[in-house]
Ligand binder design. Structure first.
Ligand SMILES: Nc1ncnc2c1ncn2[C@@H]1O[C@H](COP(=O)(O)OP(=O)(O)OP(=O)(O)O)[C@@H](O)[C@H]1O
Ligand SMILES: [Mg+2]
Length: 323
């Protein structure tokens, strides 16, 4: 079966004054049709770079020295501008962390929802009906009345629902969600996750869900790819990775996950140390500088060690019991 989205050995560099900054190195991610795959990692690990590469919206100073991105078998990196625009409108849609990224502040919700249906048949009244039905579907009260509202008249949580409704209205094959719940409180976060699950079931799309929060990914996704400093370090079924992580980075990430803390604390725990200099990354394991298991062998590239079926970790000392 063709994957809905496939990223193969993707490498992205940014040209900087210090030299080429290696934002992604040999990253491979497969999102099968109808599945939800999560990508998790700290700030700076390359999440936004990945999304911008998928959408071919990388900034001017970015280059893709290696790799392939295919959307339902079609190479995105080779598509012309016209085809790309078509793909972004029809086959792939995005829900961003800040819903205002996809909403226009000076147009009513109804007008915007009508506009994104420009390729679909039907009169204005029909498009409004479809829009209102979708708003109702995502749990917005008085959906018909909301068509004449402007984004600023809605709360943050409601705006995110509108953004999801707009993305779903296009019935994409692939939905990309870039930290869509990060700006929301915990209760709303749960609701938005449930909503994404329902939308996925309803329109049958594949979802690539990006977050720095492993707990959220565990709630929603089938599989997860753990990223560190531009490298995929572990991948597997969520329950497996969450309960039996193989990579020391994943283990630390879980220890620091706010969802696991019993009491709310002012300062969330964080992994000691900082990301390596990506203009001059270390030879071998990318995590060695912050890893308490690191030994000499870590200066050589770690193999992908199978933890369990369909679950690997790129670590010389992987697994919970090898210390
Ligand atoms: N236009 C750019 N020019 C140079 N370096 C960049 C550029 N954009 C991003 N970077 C660098 O690339 C790396 C990956 O950045 P990216 O924004 O993809 O990370 P992220 O995982 O999305 O982080 P966050 O969680 O903070 O959004 C970082 O080291 C960042 O500083
Ligand atoms: Mg980002």
């Amino acid at each position: 079966m063709t994957a809905a989205l496939k990223v193969e050995d993707l490498t992205v560099h940014y040209d900087t004054r210090e030299g080429a900054l290696q934002a992604l190195r040999d990253v491979s991610i497969t999102v099968p049709e109808g599945q939800i795959v999560g990508v998790v990692g700290e700030s700076g690990c390359g999440k936004s770079t990945l999304i911008n590469a998928l959408l071919q919206l990388l900034p001017e100073n970015a280059t893709i020295p290696a790799g392939r991105i295919t959307l339902q078998g079609e190479d995105v990196t080779r598509a012309n501008t016209r085809r790309l625009r078509q793909m972004r409108g029809q086959e792939i849609s995005v829900v961003f962390q800040d819903p205002m990224t996809s909403l226009n502040p000076v147009l009513s919700i109804g007008r915007q929802m009508r506009d994104i249906q420009y390729r679909q048949p039907g009169s204005k009244a029909e498009k409004d009906r479809r829009a209102a039905a979708m708003l109702g579907r995502v749990g917005i009260p008085d959906p018909v009345g909301k068509l004449s509202a402007y984004p600023h008249e809605l709360s943050g949580g409601m705006r995110q629902r509108v953004a999801i409704a707009m993305a779903a209205l296009m019935r994409p094959r692939v939905l990309i969600a870039d930290e869509p719940t990060t700006a929301l409180d915990a209760t709303l976060e749960v609701q938005i996750i449930e909503l994404l699950k329902e939308i996925q079931r309803e329109i049958g799309c594949a979802i690539l869900f990006i977050s720095h929060h492993l707990g959220v990914i565990a709630e929603l996704c089938d599989r997860v790819v753990v990223m560190y400093a531009g490298v995929a370090v572990e991948e597997g079924p969520v329950a497996d990775v969450f309960l039996r992580p193989g990579h020391p980075y994943t283990i630390k990430l879980i220890e620091c996950d706010p969802g696991r803390l019993k009491e709310k604390v002012a300062d969330l725990p964080s992994i000691p140390g900082s990301l390596p200099d990506l203009t001059d990354p270390p030879a071998g394991c990318i995590f060695q500088g912050r890893c308490d298991r690191a030994t000499e062998i870590c200066a050589t590239p770690p193999p992908r060690v199978t933890q369990r079926p369909n679950h690997w970790a790129a670590c010389h000392h992987s697994g919970p019991e090898t210390r």
